[in-house]
Design a protein around this ligand. Structure first.
Ligand code: GDP
Length: 479
């Protein structure tokens, strides 16, 4: 399946400018090699990032599951005074624990990987049932999955929740003197002020003592790492273009398995490949803060027409044939993703019943509408990931404010989307253009560790500012 992307004659680079390791068998994970055929925007990774990833891969291979050092380090999970000794272990680990929907999981995963890179830790995943068979292994000759016989079972409940006695925040709050053998970092939206001191430079030396850290988050906490002086130099070398963190690390880590890639390519070839261009519209209605269907539809139509993303339609049926499309006219394809079918049904009917002012023809397509979020189901997540990828292949992308699902699509695609705002956003605007492709860290810390007080973290350094998602503008984002 080769994308007919029209006007990009340059041969796409299969390994994304050296981002991807050549040490994989192509057939085992086709998406790794084919995605670049579909993406329109490509940023060049720094040679320092490439170097860092290759040495990370060597570390992962040396320390990963079923190696000698791995088996030895399992003893650190139970040994008394293990934490004290952990600082000297040859291999240190960081275990990612899942939380919330796919978008939330992936933004947290990318942030967790960046933290692992910065601290020479091996990233391991507690992969939830709903994600089995969804992603390829990203590191050659090893696995990122925690083995099924890992001695700590029930990772979802055991010790790893907000305020658990194993958590770093609890340790601080209760001034616990004797260190446990391993530590849990709770970095979700509801992290306590104690948990959030993780983002203070001074917290890090203590954490380095532990051979095993467990981390749960549903946030894109990367921008906060960019506010920590200790990582400043390294991050500048890794990402001279600050807004490309997720773009590169996401393209490095997140490859759909062949089964999921089948969804992507079948859909693309059937509905999108022959279009003259592709507009992606991601409509997210949050059940805990719902927006009425008609109001959201108005936002979509107002935004796309005012910004020239979709052509206006003619109210009157044309009296002559001037608006009849010429034979063989290539359509503009609009890919709508949503849990509901109503928005795309309405748009499709609109372009069927009326001619466009430009004479363009517009096809509107929506791959699925599961109605409810079912994160525990593999089939549901396969579609969610496939749709994130399909959105990332757009020429122009429209996303919903505050949705992490849209964040992943925009950053993978290297796109600065138009952000659909809630009708009650107070600005009177239907949408706003993002000026960076990065996801937003919604519940970012506000405490300045050095000053010892709350500050406006969007004003500390030029490349970390508040997000464009109105109503939620306390978030932080890299620019
Ligand atoms: P967020 O809640 O918008 O930040 O995004 P998440 O991805 O974390 O959670 C929403 C979940 O609902 C997704 O992971 C999907 O399971 C489902 N969902 C939401 N919107 C869509 C969509 O457009 N297409 C599909 N297939 N699933 C969606």
């Amino acid at each position: 399946a080769v994308a007919s992307t029209g006007d990009s004659p340059a041969k796409p680079d299969k390994l994304l400018g050296g981002l991807l390791s050549p040490d994989f068998e192509e057939a085992s994970c086709v998406s790794r090699y084919q995605s670049s055929l579909f993406w329109h925007s490509n940023r060049t990774p720094s040679s320092y990032l490439l170097h860092k990833l290759r040495s990370y891969e060597a570390l992962h291979k040396k320390c990963g599951p079923n190696t000698e050092p791995f088996n030895r380090s399992l003893q650190q999970l139970t040994a008394s005074a293990a934490a004290a000794a952990g600082g000297n272990s040859e291999c240190k680990y960081l275990v990612w624990l899942p939380s919330d929907g796919l978008g939330n999981q992936l933004i947290a995963l990318v942030s967790t990987f960046l933290y692992a890179l910065l601290n020479d830790r091996v990233l391991l995943l507690s992969i939830p049932m709903g994600l089995h068979g969804t992603f390829c292994e990203p590191f050659p000759d090893s696995s990122w999955a925690l083995p099924s016989d890992f001695p700590i079972y029930n990772l979802d409940t055991h010790d790893f929740y907000s305020k658990s006695p194993r958590s770093y925040g609890y340790l601080l709050e209760n001034k616990v003197a004797s260190l446990p053998p391993y530590l849990y970092l709770h970095l979700s939206h509801d992290a306590s002020d104690y948990d959030k001191t993780f983002y203070c430079d001074d917290a890090q030396p203590l954490l380095q003592n532990f051979a095993w850290l467990f981390l749960r988050s549903n946030q894109y906490f990367t921008p906060a790492l960019f506010l920590m002086p200790r990582y400043d130099q390294e991050l500048s070398k890794l990402f001279p273009e600050k807004e490309t963190v997720f773009h590169h690390l996401g393209r490095y880590l997140l490859h759909p398995t062949n089964a999921v890639w089948g969804y992507v390519t079948r859909y693309y070839e059937a509905y999108l490949a022959s279009a003259k261009d592709r507009v992606g519209i991601q409509v997210r209605n949050f059940p805990n803060a719902p927006v009425k269907f008609e109001l959201m539809l108005d936002q979509i139509i107002n935004c796309t027409m005012k910004e020239g993303i979709l052509p206006e339609t003619q109210l009157e049926a044309p009296a002559n044939s001037s608006t009849t499309p010429a034979m063989g006219t290539k359509p503009k394809a609009v890919l709508v993703t949503s849990l509901q079918i109503g928005y795309s049904d309405t748009l499709q009917a609109m372009y069927y019943e009326r001619a466009t002012a430009t004479g363009e023809v517009v096809g509107v397509f929506q791959p699925s509408h599961d109605e409810l979020q079912r994160t525990e189901r593999q089939g549901h997540n396969a579609k969610a990931l496939a749709e994130i990828y399909l959105l990332s292949f757009s020429d122009t992308l429209v996303t919903s404010a505050f949705s992490t699902f849209g964040y992943v699509a925009q950053a993978l695609g290297g796109l600065r989307p138009w952000i659909l705002l809630r009708p009650d956003n107070g600005s009177g605007k239907a949408c706003r253009r993002a000026s960076s492709m990065e996801p937003c860290f919604h519940f970012a810390p506000t405490y300045d560790c050095k000053a010892g007080r709350v500050v406006d973290k969007g004003k500390v350094v030029p490349h970390v500012r508040h997000c464009e998602d109105l109503n939620f503008d306390w978030g932080l984002k890299l620019f």
